[in-house]
Design a protein around this ligand. Structure first.
Ligand code: NAD
Ligand code: 6OD
Length: 484
């Protein structure tokens, strides 16, 4: 059986905690043991990261650092199939998703931030002085130090490198705590780090759980200079509280209950294709997914019937088989949570247009399957309509006009992402400006330009990452004023 060890100071080590199990969600079988990092392991990882910061890594020129980032991208691509298999085994996600999204983005993140750091300027201000000599101000972009990176399980390599790549580009070192559900690709990346010559201690991985365990040891560690986190809103609150000790900056990419708004002038076929992915892709385990759809009344019945048809068309099964289009949920525990909402919908009198239960998947009785599900008929304050479920399910509500659609979309404490489906350009602009969301997609979904600001409003997070915004978080600007 495989073992995923912690990666500390360039070495793979067992942790002082009791090893835990990693399961294949498609079968429920244990596929690996995971070395569990205790407080002492976290201390060693942070010390190693600090040493590297002030040692070999800190001494590299920007050009050398950029060269290493590009080698990391190449290193992932050179072992693409290994990363792909590792991600699929950890998550059960179909190869069609992992090979087109997770692994390519895992590599691309390093190239994108190599480009960014090479080209982003800092400010310069000339100023007058009373003696007429003048002064020149310029800003230096300095690394923040040791960054604590805490990640979720839904897009493990993609979301981890989304933070590690800009952190390293800016000259920081990192200690990563991957999700306990998905330890594989973060560990494999340690091998690539060594292979391409990243100095020891620059990238460290500590495995374990969250509160009261490895995650909390890391975010509470006094020598961590900033914390970047992606995960649930409640966890974000705990991490923000931990980071407040020592006044450390945090970047929080949190949960969502994202609305989609479909106007009666939308291109039906294109909408169904995009909206279908927004509702069901990755078994609904995407923070940007659409769990509330508002549909203009005139096309409600047609859209509802066709979206339900789409939900029924998914094929479950072996994730390595290209014909499989939907994987299981990540764990038995997460399936219990998702199914509790399927129960609540039924008990609340929802009309179930598709799914609503657990499929029988031939050959995989132990997988954490649920059916893609479409409901309608629930009140806007029903938990199915208000809570992030993080499963392949969505609730449809009709609306009459633009104003009502905007009000319904905004009636949520979350504000991560929204989709608008319309062929009326004026309406697209008007509505996009009024929807409370960090990211609004018009006639598309999860179309990513990595230079753009990414993050949530309201309870969906604090801060923006992507492009220059990542560099803002992972560096500290220092002003130098020179009297001439
Ligand atoms: P989670 O919050 O349960 O766990 C995320 C990570 O935090 C894990 O590594 C976990 O071990 C760790 N953790 C948990 N409690 C901790 C604590 N007290 N201190 C330190 N670390 C702790 O989230 P999850 O279930 O892994 O992921 C699903 C959630 O992530 C959903 O809510 C989803 O919306 C959100 N998400 C958001 C984005 C985004 O960009 N906004 C992206 C992906 C996922
Ligand atoms: O594309 C990204 O950069 C990103 N952070 C995606 C997040 C997806 C959430 O599940």
């Amino acid at each position: 059986m495989n073992t995923f060890r912690n990666f500390i100071d360039g070495d793979f080590v067992d942790g002082s905690g009791e090893a835990f199990e990693d399961r294949f969600p498609t079968t429920g079988e244990v596929i690996a043991k995971v070395g569990h990092a205790g407080q002492d392991d976290v201390d060693r990882a942070v010390t190693a990261a600090k040493r590297a910061l002030n040692g070999p890594w800190g001494k590299l020129s920007l050009a050398e650092r950029i060269g290493l980032l590009r080698k990391l991208a190449d290193g992932i691509n050179a072992r693409f199939d290994e990363f792909l298999a590792a991600e699929i085994k950890d998550t059960g996600k179909p190869t069609g998703i992992a090979s087109h999204i997770d692994i390519p983005r895992g590599a691309a993140n390093f190239n994108v931030f190599a480009d960014q750091i090479a080209t982003i300027p800092t400010e310069t201000f000339e100023m007058a002085t009373p003696d007429g000599a003048g002064a020149l101000n310029y800003a230096l972009r300095m690394p923040r130090g040791v960054i604590g990176v805490v990640c979720p399980w839904n897009l493990p390599l993609l979301l981890m490198t989304w933070k590690v790549a800009p952190a390293l580009a800016c000259g920081n070192t990192v200690v990563v705590k991957p999700s306990e559900e998905t330890p594989a690709t973060a560990t494999l990346l340690g091998e690539v780090m060594n292979a391409v010559g990243i100095p020891k201690g620059v990238y460290n991985v500590v495995h374990g759980f969250g509160g009261g365990d490895t995650g909390e040891f890391l975010t509470g560690h006094p020598d961590i200079d900033a914390v970047t986190f992606t995960g649930e809103t409640a966890t974000g609150e705990a991490i923000m509280a931990a980071a407040s000790k020592g006044v450390r900056p945090v970047s929080l990419e949190l949960g969502g209950k994202n609305p989609g708004i479909v106007f009666d002038d939308a291109d039906m076929a294109a909408t169904l294709e995009g909206l279908g992915r927004a509702c069901f892709a990755n078994t609904g385990q995407v923070c940007l997914g659409t769990e509330r759809v508002y549909v203009q009344r005139g096309i409600f019945d047609e859209l509802a019937a066709k979206l339900a048809e789409k939900a029924r068309a998914y094929r479950f099964g072996d994730p390595f088989d290209k014909a499989t289009t939907m994987g299981p949920l990540i764990s038995a525990e997460h399936r219990r949570k998702v199914l509790s909402y399927y129960d609540k919908a039924r008990e609340g009198g929802a009309e179930i247009l598709a799914g609503g239960g657990v499929p029988d998947v031939d050959g995989y009785p132990g997988g954490y399957w649920v059916q893609p599900t479409v409901w309608t008929g629930l009140a806007q304050d029903h938990p199915v309509v208000t809570d992030e479920i993080f499963g392949p399910c969505t609730h449809l509500t009709p609306f009459d006009d633009e104003e009502e659609a905007i009000a319904l979309a905004n009636a949520s404490p979350y504000g991560l992402a929204a989709t608008i489906w319309t062929t009326n350009l004026g309406r697209a602009h008007r509505v996009a400006a009024k929807v409370d969301a960090g990211i609004t997609w018009v006639n598309c979904w999860f179309l990513r330009d990595l230079r753009t600001p990414f993050g949530g409003s309201k309870r969906s997070g604090i801060g923006r990452e992507g492009g220059v915004h990542s560099l803002e978080f992972y560096t500290e600007l220092r002003n130098v004023c020179i009297k001439l």
